[in-house]
Design a protein around this ligand. Sequence first.
Ligand SMILES: NC(=O)c1ccc[n+]([C@@H]2O[C@H](COP(=O)([O-])OP(=O)(O)OC[C@H]3O[C@@H](n4cnc5c(N)ncnc54)[C@H](O)[C@@H]3O)[C@@H](O)[C@H]2O)c1
Length: 435
Amino acid sequence: MENCKVQKAEGKLGVLVVGLGAVSTTFMTGVLMTRKGLAKPVGSMTQYDKIRVGRGENKKYLHYNEIVPMADLKDIEFGSWDVYPANAYESALNAEVLKEKDIEPVKDELVKIVPMKAAFDRDYAKRLDGNNVKDCKTRWEMVEELRADIRNFKKEHNCSRIVVLWAASTEIYVPVDENVHGTLAALEAAMKADDRKHIAPSMCYAYAALMEGAPFIMGAPNTTVDIPAMWELAEKTKMPIAGKDFKTGQTLVKSGFAPIIGTRCLGLSGWFSTNILGNRDGLVLDEPANFHTKEVSKLSTLESILVPENQPDLYNNYYHKVRINYYPPRNDNKEGWDNIDIFGWMGYPMQIKINFLCRDSILAAPLCLDLVLLSDLAARAGRWGTQRFLSFFLKSPQHDYTQGEVPVNHLFQQYVMLKNALREMGGYEADEEID
Ligand SMILES: NC(=O)c1ccc[n+]([C@@H]2O[C@H](COP(=O)([O-])OP(=O)(O)OC[C@H]3O[C@@H](n4cnc5c(N)ncnc54)[C@H](O)[C@@H]3O)[C@@H](O)[C@H]2O)c1
């Protein structure tokens, strides 16, 4: 690491997770179990992946923590906010993702993770009605209380750094409104004027995090930090932001599979994706206004991989549909079906079917860990604003749409971006070789 200029990861890293539901508790339990040597953090790039640095005779394959200084799992301190008062142990049991035998050994630590009162507005998630909620008169008050929460947590747990991760429910769709979300001044004015229609509670968390010097990651499809006002705040506070929406099951498959069609110049006439899901996430997404946020995020993936304008013969007018159906018997075990109608030589049609019987939170937990650790790394490396190298983990990567920027959704291009960012931070040369 002799050429690496990144600040060392000294002291404790406070990981404050908004939402203490299925994903968060699976993430926390897995980290605590791994720390005890009782589980393996499978699926986590920061714990397993190796990147080649150097070329020819000098090439080496190194783990991330051999390239750049990463925070150690033993230095993580978890905290949370939730609408429901259940602690992380109770919530992990309720979620029914993990077996009791995989929770009990860290019960003592999980019990201590008691959610702080949530900054919540029922209009943003009608299916939730917990009572562990802050009593705030205005959005600005929400911000101030959240900032105090972050400061207190940092002090009480003796943390040197904080990262805030949103793993709470998907809020209703908030379209970007230039007059409110266009500048930081307008956003702050709207918070002070208590403009509840344009200021989602998630924006208050993000604003509070950035103002307290903590990176903010949006794991749901909410527009929260995907607005110019937040980009401005991230620049002002010199803090990294990342979003939106963990790329876990169906979209991971889509962004890995679509390149097969594109690389071989096969045609696409339709892609129908449907899911059945029975956890609380599925319940919230059963509400049309909340589903719309998810739909926008899920639909955006294909368009930048199979681009109609670039190949009108192959990708003109393909029909892309995404559905999520709430189906309680499956709980967290989501089943995704993809029916892909392709065509080949002289336009002859063919079909591909993909049936992914996955586990939502099992796929999301390693992403939480990687996004948290890499955002903390980015902050120490002096990188601020939207972290495009984290697109690899996200379904709807943030990009500057005001400048017509197109997001990179292609999984393998995203992987190159991830590797090159790490190489650069480690003081190595970036390259695009495939290994
Ligand atoms: N698991 C996946 O594969 C996956 C993939 C992409 C995105 N996500 C997103 O991750 C999020 C979490 O998923 P989950 O399965 O853990 O859901 P969950 O319903 O089990 O947990 C979410 C928790 O957030 C809490 N919450 C809602 N609004 C809040 C607020 N304003 N402040 C504090 N807490 C709040 C809820 O009370 C709930 O306990 C969802 O938005 C989901 O869409 C999950």
